[in-house]
Design a protein around this ligand. Structure first.
Ligand SMILES: Cc1cc2nc3c(=O)[nH]c(=O)nc-3n(C[C@H](O)[C@H](O)[C@H](O)COP(=O)(O)OP(=O)(O)OC[C@H]3O[C@@H](n4cnc5c(N)ncnc54)[C@H](O)[C@@H]3O)c2cc1C
Length: 434
């Protein structure tokens, strides 16, 4: 019998557990640990609440934890309740899939002013992440700026744009829904340092913007290269650029606008004790396709600034760390002896949910090559972990607890919403009678 600990119950953790389960069958016990009593990582706390169909992938993960030999152990934080060295003592292999939950800093003056938030905070706020339930982003001004040209920037801008009716069928948390309904924001500027050909936005997410009830997407065709240049783009990117171009043809009067400001590099955020405006430098592309400042500057009003420029994994004691990449130092997923990384903790914050699947399978293959199914170890596994946690006063939760929380969330849901998420750890534990 082998014992494996997968830390993190996001997509990467689940795909790894699935791969290990397939490789070892009943010859291994696989524990999926998470700091929260509910699983799925960014499927729950990141993917936009109005993209419910994407969240359905969690059904596949449910099957993994329901299969023989796989357990979910929640409410256990690696680095606080248990160390990597202790897990390596208890398990034959430890796989870190803790994601990249920290916002990368903009590195410009004014980014610590009230009103400037990172996308992990803002997305966490509307998705019911317990750390960000109290964020209370300022929505009383008329202008917001979203920095970044990826899908996360589009998510944030879209959420700021929608009406209450457009959230029907979503699982946006109540505090965010109510605050957004009162929002005074009428102009949302999305800033990207480079141009339309360099966006990291996908056609589906862009396409939605053309159908918003009250918001008009606005582009300046002068920012685009000649149409013939689109031919050289990869098909998905070409489609995205075509959708962007078509925004210029929409003729409608709407209350709000979402302005795509390309070739725009934020230099600083200014304001009297809080964010009021961004000072931006116009850029152009250099020979290598990088953004180069032109020296021309202008201001963009914004009392809410959301930076969507990427994430990093927090360093954890005893684990080699890649400062530049903001992830664990690893070679094809291997950090050290019997210690591995998967998902965003391995690759950095890029790719879709499905990108994490090959990671998990590759690491499981490596483990199976080093400890062939049928071989046995002498580690204590979950029993040892539970004894250790008990000695520290940590109360882990299990699969039944997670189900109970989800059932209560579904039972409490308001009409038109699949669930009413709990937004505080205390509420989760209360549901479990603790
Ligand atoms: C805002 C946003 C929107 C997105 N939307 C989409 C989308 O629409 N479609 C798409 O395909 N992809 C989307 N993605 C990307 C997708 O969410 C990621 O590819 C995926 O979640 C990464 O998986 P992961 O398992 O590496 O990390 P995560 O999903 O972050 O999972 C990490 C897990 O580790 C746990 N954890 C963290 N620290 C600890 C610790 N110290 N101890 C124990 N547990 C810990 C966390 O609680 C979490 O459960 C989005 C990402 C973001 C940020």
């Amino acid at each position: 019998m082998r014992h494996f600990a997968v830390v993190g119950s996001g997509p990467a953790g689940f795909y790894t557990a699935e791969a290990l389960q397939k490789a070892y069958g009943e010859q291994a016990r696989i524990d999926i640990l998470d700091r929260y009593p509910v699983p799925y990582g960014l499927i729950r706390f990141g993917v936009a609440p109005d993209h419910q169909s994407l969240k359905a992938v969690s059904k596949r993960y449910d099957k993994v934890v329901e299969s023989a030999g796989v357990d979910f152990i929640g409410n256990v934080t690696l680095g606080r309740d248990v160390s990597v060295a202790e897990l390596l003592d208890l398990y034959d292999a430890v796989i870190l899939g803790i994601g990249a939950p920290h916002d990368r800093k903009l590195g410009i003056p004014g980014e610590d002013l009230p009103g400037v938030v990172g996308s992990a905070e803002f997305v966490g706020w509307y998705n019911g992440h317990p750390e960000f339930a109290d964020l209370d982003p300022p929505l009383d001004g008329t202008h917001a700026a979203v920095i970044g040209n990826g899908n996360v920037a589009l998510d944030c801008a879209r959420i700021l744009s929608k009406t209450r009716a457009e959230f029907e069928g979503s699982d946006i948390v109540r505090h965010a829904l109510e605050a957004l309904e009162q929002s005074a924001i009428r102009t949302i500027t999305i800033l990207g340092r480079r141009g339309p050909h360099q966006i990291a936005m996908t056609p589906k997410e862009l396409g939605e913007l053309g159908h918003l009830e009250e918001t008009l997407p606005v582009v300046d065709l002068n920012d685009f290269p000649p149409r013939a240049a689109d031919e050289g783009l990869e098909p998905g990117q070409r489609k995205s650029v075509t959708i962007l171009r078509e925004f210029a043809d929409i003729r409608a009067n709407k209350r709000k606008s979402m302005i795509f400001d390309f070739f725009a590099k934020p230099l600083r955020i200014e304001g009297d004790g809080k964010a009021e405006r961004l000072v931006v430098e116009r850029t152009e592309l250099d020979e290598k396709g990088a953004a180069r400042g032109t020296g021309e500057t202008y201001t963009v009003p914004a009392s809410l600034v959301i930076s969507c420029i990427g994430y990093s994994t927090p360093p954890i004691e005893g684990v080699a760390y890649d400062e530049r990449g903001g992830k664990f130092l690893n070679e094809a997923g291997r950090i050290g002896e019997r210690l591995f990384a998967v998902g965003w903790a391995r690759r950095g914050p890029t790719g879709t949910i499905g990108t994490n699947r090959p990671d998990g399978y590759e690491v499981a293959d490596r483990i199976a090559a080093e400890m062939p199914p049928g071989s046995s170890g002498e580690r204590a596994g979950a029993e040892g972990l539970k004894r250790l946690l008990e000695s520290r006063g940590v109360m882990p939760t299990d699969y039944d607890d997670w189900r109970k929380i989800e059932e209560t969330e579904a039972a409490n849901a308001r009409p038109g919403s699949p669930r009413e998420k709990f937004v505080r750890v205390a509420h989760w534990l209360e549901t479990l009678g603790r």
